[in-house]
Design a binder for this molecule. Structure first.
Ligand code: F6P
Length: 325
């Protein structure tokens, strides 16, 4: 029997554009005469049968909103076999015969388990500000997050220049340097520290001293939260210890990077992936994530999407260094 009733949920850290993706899933399903049930708070809502019927109206005027109207969570119970069994029973009782999971790699591990253990047709949509998901050039939310970050760093630059400060600005990304890499290049940061490139504190300090000799009296150092040299606070302390005359400041951008109205790119990406996800289920595809590679739809096995990572483009790192002299 084909798909008749789709469940849709958002899981893990929220990202701008999740609402646009929910809207696209609901409206595409309506177009193809399918029923849709929203699941509140990610997998927690599956375990607790926290469902809401959705229609075209339920998703009107949300395309421009950050966050997720369905809310999200990181659910421990769903990580246990008992929790997943309960989730599956609740889905069956509700008549949900396919599921769209909007989230990151952790969310896809849950989706893969539902697919493998119970045969539920599941399709994933990559949404995380970290842009670290294998099989897609971009994840929903990344574009908005980097634009939020560059807006903040441009402002920090103004005050850094006025006071001759060296600013250590920490951006999010967990184990990925993608946010740092793009914001570092886009703000003309003097240095960008990312997890994917080994750096040592002495070379960093030597570089800063050379910069100073060239009469650069202020600077921005973008620190990815997964930087091997430590957090922005730790790197700043190490630099201050070695070059006490520097007037260092720290700014941790934090969760502002996860909020706000999604950019045009994120709204468009979310809309296309949401539509493609429903079409994929109707075509009988299951256990896949829908991504985009070179602007074309890509179908990626969930097992790859949740175990591999999207490598960063190291040439961006090298070119940023060349341009920041
Ligand atoms: O995965 C998205 C993300 O914002 C990461 O960049 C960050 O490391 C993490 O989530 C923070 O999560 P939480 O809000 O649960 O601390």
């Amino acid at each position: 029997m084909g798909v008749t009733k789709i469940g849709v949920l958002t899981s893990g850290g929220d990202s701008p554009g999740m609402n646009a993706a929910i809207r696209a899933v609901v409206r595409s399903a309506m177009f193809y005469k399918l029923e849709v049930v929203g699941v509140y708070k990610g997998y927690k809502g599956l375990v607790n049968a926290d469902f809401v019927p959705m229609n075209s109206k339920s998703v009107s005027k949300i395309i421009n909103l950050g966050g997720t109207i369905l809310q999200t969570s990181r659910c421990m119970e769903f990580m246990t076999p008992e929790g997943r069994k309960q989730a599956y029973e609740n889905m069956k009782k509700e008549g949900i015969d396919a599921l769209v999971v909007i989230g990151g790699d952790g969310s896809f591990r849950g989706a893969k388990a539902l697919f493998e253990e119970f045969g539920v047709p599941v399709v994933g949509i990559p949404a995380t500000i970290d842009n670290d998901i294998f099989g897609t050039d971009f994840t929903i939310g990344f574009d908005t997050a980097i634009n939020t970050a560059i807006d903040a760093i441009d402002k920090i630059r103004d005050t850094a220049m006025s006071h001759n400060n060296i600013f250590f600005v920490e951006v999010m990304g967990r184990h990925s340097g993608a946010i740092a890499l793009s914001t570092g290049m886009a703000t003309g940061a003097e240095v960008t520290l990312i997890p994917e490139v080994e750096q040592d504190i002495d070379s960093l300090c030597n570089y800063l001293k050379i910069e100073r000799r060239k009469n650069k009296t202020s600077g921005i150092i973008v620190v990815a939260e997964g930087s091997p040299l430590g957090s922005a606070e730790e790197v700043a302390a190490k630099v201050k210890e070695r070059i006490p005359e520097y007037d260092t400041r720290i700014s941790i951008l934090g969760h502002i990077q996860r909020g706000g109205s999604p950019s045009c790119n994120d709204r468009v990406l979310a809309s296309l992936l949401g539509y493609d996800a429903v079409c994929a289920l109707l075509d009988g595809k299951k256990g896949v994530m829908i991504g985009q590679v070179n602007n074309k739809t890509a179908y990626v096995p969930l097992s790859d999407a949740c175990s591999k990572h999207n490598p960063i483009d190291k040439s961006i790192y090298e070119i940023t260094k060349i341009l920041s002299v």
